[in-house]
Design a protein around this ligand. Structure first.
Ligand code: 4NP
Length: 174
């Protein structure tokens, strides 16, 4: 990387169905990891849902409580629906499950765009499954905690991947 020239931030979007449970948690956890690594100015982060039922709403209160238990606040986030333009704008679009992966890929099927869309858990260091289970219906606190555990370890590995691939330096404020 040439000195004195900062490239534009790498743009990352997490996608689930409602944008009120899994992808808001992934956004919040990843944002915190990126902050701790001193890389907030190098990585831009957002999340969205393929559905539009919860546009404008804060995350589900069970997920907000789960995040809070782990020192992450997602309260300020508001639901939004993914659009075709997001596939143009973002560099990494990480879907929480196959259904959302498929829906996202159908928004823009040009090769250059399709290569940006991944299953989030393809970065999971210990995947027993490639989907983040949907905790919205019929799963108690345990289901939300399980999602946190999966999201946390996968987000850490994804950040390590970005650092390596893009030659990012951990930068701490002096
Ligand atoms: P999420 O969970 O995709 O992790 O945000 C869901 C939230 C809402 C609905 C489904 C899943 N829903 O059907 O409203």
């Amino acid at each position: 990387m040439s000195e004195g020239k900062t490239p534009r931030p790498i743009r990352v979007m997490f996608v689930c169905l409602g944008n009120i449970c899994r992808s808001p948690l992934a956004e919040g956890v990843f944002r915190q990891l990126v902050h701790e690594a001193g890389l907030s100015h190098r990585i831009e982060i957002d999340s969205s849902g393929t559905g539009r039922w919860h546009v404008g709403e804060p995350p589900d209160k069970r997920m907000r409580a789960t995040a809070q238990r782990h020192g992450v606040s997602i309260d300020h986030q508001r639901g939004r629906q993914i659009e075709a333009d997001d596939l143009e704008y973002f560099d990494y679009i990480l879907a929480m499950d196959r259904r959302n992966y498929d829906t996202t890929r159908r928004l823009d099927d040009r090769d250059a765009t399709l290569s940006k869309v991944h299953l989030f858990r393809s970065f999971d260091p210990t995947p027993d499954d490639l989907e983040v289970p949907d905790p919205y219906y019929g799963r108690g606190t345990e289901g939300f905690e399980e999602v946190y555990t999966i999201v946390d370890r996968t987000a850490r590995r994804f950040l390590a991947h970005l650092i390596k691939k893009h030659g990012l330096q951990h930068e701490h404020a002096a």
